[in-house]
Design a protein. Sequence first.
Length: 384
Amino acid sequence: MHIQTRCATIPLVGMVSTIRQHHKGSGDSPSLDRWIPCVLLSNGDFPINFQLKPSSMLKTPQEYIDGVLSRDRLMLARTITLIESTLPAHQELARTIIDKLLPYTGKGYRIGITGVPGAGKSTYIESFGNMLTEKGHRVAVLAIDPSSTRSGGSILGDKTRMEKLAVNANAFIRPSPSSGTLGGVGRKTRETMLACEAAGYDVVIIETVGVGQSETTVASMVDFFLVLMIAGAGDELQGIKKGVLEVADTIVINKADGDNVLRAQIACKEYQTALHMLMPNSPNWSPQVLTCSALEHTGIDKIWETILDHRQKLTESGEMDEKRRHQALDWMSFLLEEGLRQWFYNDPQVKATMPTLRKDVEMKRTSPTAAADALLAFLQEKRL
Ligand SMILES: Nc1nc2c(ncn2[C@@H]2O[C@H](COP(=O)(O)OP(=O)(O)OP(=O)(O)O)[C@@H](O)[C@H]2O)c(=O)[nH]1
Ligand SMILES: [Mg+2]
């Protein structure tokens, strides 16, 4: 077989490439000559356009499972691509794979990181992730942005700020320039996290930009939720929603370096006061406020110690198990609700009647309650 590539290099991301596959026909195998599109990241992964591959090239579930369990990065990337795919055949395959991988998951650390744009998330993850691999951990980073605002520029930025981590053999970075509903993001990220755990990544970091609803979704699937902040001129509590602080296990004031150290310390005190006013959501853990400099790698160790302390306290008290159990049940409820919603909106009668009823409600020809009842009655009829 002969493989040839033609590539356009995108600085810092990798290469957009097509791979030419050429088989000389022999015996009863016909000759083959085609270009397969793909994107190669600089660390050797090519996750982004995998779903362009024709489904005839899909492997068996066992091949994906064996690949992931043997820590094959390419097979992990391909499995994640199936998880992210919207094609029903891919989704079914992904479900089978995840089910089989489930017994190999759940032992590691699941850490959510959020912060407003520019807070230094990428720089922090670079510093934190490399420190963890030096300690012998294997780190997966999943970056999600349900608002679809993560532009190419941002991913380029990540690649400069995660330069060392991107090529670290014990790290796996998966940007998810995602579209679709928050539910979709929640589902994909959760399953991707499980696939990474099965592939031997014992620390999974899920990064999200702290401006949307995604933080609470992420907080509901991790063990530890870290909110990264920067000291501002008296506006510390702005720009980030109070709800985010409520789910924070630790707030870290980043950029505590140079002449910003004092301001970071003042911000630290202000957040401590603010957190005192909130009800802690765990009987075994009071959220901490720390400072660090992601750029100068200071304070990063202390944050990991805090995460270990949190793990120990919650494990000893049994809260960690309970938290995971709750998360699994919440996840099941979420999937049920999502399934019911899909079932409802895809019902042919509902689809056919919905536009007229919406118009009727708009024109006040019928009440919203009557319209909703009429639509729900279709499902009631189906049940009988
Ligand atoms: N002085 C200083 N600058 C920092 C630190 N951490 C990050 N920065 C700078 O802050 C800017 C934003 O950092 P990023 O890591 O890209 O921030 P981000 O939160 O990932 O931003 P988005 O991806 O846009 O949401 C960059 O110019 C960094 O070099 C730090 O600890 N100290
Ligand atoms: Mg970033």
